[in-house]
Design a protein around this ligand. Structure first.
Ligand code: SAM
Length: 435
């Protein structure tokens, strides 16, 4: 395991790790406070150096492993320990699965939800991640492209990743060649690459608009990597919207949701794995009772759930990202589904659908970002909608929103955890509620 030695002293203490916390770090309790030590397992005896504070506790790093707890395994990736992408490769399969499964139960228990039936964790294979978001930085003429180091802005020059598809991994060398020309010294970029049915779809965001040489390098990248589409856009502050411009469109970057072909916008949200998407769609469909007339798909994205559902009911898709919603609507019209799909561009955090609006639907699906959908859950709790399906990538906000629904009279019939983010502290969930 590689780790960068941190400068400075810091108090050293001997600890016996009690358990692995929700963020994937082992912890021991000292003077009533948790001391978090990354890359440890329950039962480890470690000499640790205190490095700072952590939300609700103290942060430390292992200086020496004095005794090993059970469940350790050699991390398979050479970047593990330094790369911020994975936190748990030092666990064997059985301990890893137990920990991830327990994350869900613990999050629900913290909200007093003790009796929800939680399905066994569904897994996705390695090399299945079809969307990656990378950082690039050029310093002293040297370009780095990869993920950030743990708790740092330093970019790791990624040589490999065991999670992404071989097709995405193969993009790294030609991307480096183009970014070397595009970026001035000291400049950074964000790169989103997704695999679509038409081939890779790449979006590069950087500060300076590409000049002639950079445009030439980008055109060569599109050719060399056989990209479906390559887009460039300026780095903007969160909330400022600037539509990226296509630099090369060689084939349509399409995806199929149900039997509908969608062309997502550059960098658009996509479930990270095809296997995971299939499991989520099946769970969502199972949560919508047969024979219903109208369903609302809130936080609909480009239609991951809208289109698989639309053959059995009419769907109202609500989404705050204009480009995603436009892609959904274009796909609906092209598939001759304009009579079965309606769309609404709406910020659901500021203006959730209220109970009266919700009561027009027989079922509601909501799939918010990590912060969850507290106000929307409160409106649902005040509604009479018979069936609700909550999809989430954050057990903590899922549990908070589930509590709101349960307090409003819903019964949580089932929770399905899907490990779309192996070796990280993230887990995707689908909860089925009814009243
Ligand atoms: C986790 S993604 C799910 C997208 C889609 N359900 C899927 O599975 O592909 C969350 C979606 O919520 C949208 N979103 C984020 N904040 C929003 C808000 N305040 N109002 C409406 N939509 C929002 C994002 O643009 C994104 O499409």
């Amino acid at each position: 395991m590689r780790r960068r030695a941190r400068k400075g002293g810091g108090r050293q203490i001997e600890l016996v790790i009690e358990a692995i916390g929700a963020r994937g770090d082992g912890y021991a309790t000292v003077d009533g406070q948790p001391v978090f030590v990354p890359f440890t397992v329950a039962g480890d005896r470690v000499l640790a150096r205190v490095t700072g504070t952590h939300a609700g506790g103290v942060r430390a790093e292992a200086v020496e492993l004095l005794d090993e707890g059970p469940g350790r395994a050699p991390p398979p990736c050479p970047h593990f320990g330094l790369c911020g992408g994975c936190a748990l490769q030092h666990l064997d399969e059985a301990h890893y699965v137990d920990w991830k499964q327990a994350l869900v139960g613990r999050a629900l228990a913290q909200r007093g939800i003790m009796d929800a039936p939680i399905e066994p964790l569904r897994r996705v294979g390695r090399q299945s991640r079809r969307r990656m978001v990378l950082a690039a930085a050029k310093h002293g003429g040297r370009l780095r492209l990869g993920l950030h180091e743990r708790a740092s802005h330093t970019v790791i020059d990624l040589e490999t990743c065991l999670l992404v598809t071989p097709g995405l991994l193969a993009l790294l060398p030609p991307l480096r060649t183009a970014l070397q020309v595009l970026l001035a010294d000291g400049e950074t970029a964000d790169v989103t690459a997704s695999e679509t049915d038409g081939g890779p779809d790449v979006l590069i965001l950087s500060r300076t608009e590409p000049g002639l040489a950079a445009r030439q390098a980008l055109a060569e990248l599109a050719q060399a990597a056989d990209l479906a589409r390559l887009s460039w856009g300026p780095t903007v502050r969160p909330g400022d919207a600037v539509a990226p411009e296509p630099v090369a469109i060689r084939r349509p970057p399409t995806l199929r949701f149900g039997d509908v072909v969608v062309e997502p916008p550059p960098g658009g949200f996509l479930q990270p794995t095809a296997e995971g998407e299939k499991l989520l769609v099946a769970a969502v469909l199972a949560g919508v009772p047969a024979g219903v007339g109208r369903v609302a798909d809130l936080y609909a994205g480009c239609g991951t759930f809208t289109f698989p559902m639309v053959r059995q009911c009419r769907v109202h898709a609500v989404e705050g990202d204009d480009a995603a919603l436009a892609a959904l609507w274009t796909a609906a019209r092209r598939a001759d589904l304009a009579g079965r799909v309606s769309v609404e561009d709406r910020d659901l955090a500021r203006e959730p659908l209220d109970a009266a609006e919700l009561n027009a639907f027989d079922a509601v699906i909501f799939d918010p970002p990590r912060i969850g959908a507290r106000d929307q859950a409160m409106a649902l709790a005040a509604s009479t909608v018979p069936a609700v399906v909550a999809v989430s990538c954050n057990p903590a906000t899922f549990a908070r929103d589930a509590r709101i629904l349960i307090d409003g009279g819903y019964r949580l019939a089932e929770v399905l955890p899907v490990d779309q983010f192996p070796w990280s502290d993230h887990v995707e969930l689908v909860g089925r509620f009814s009243r």
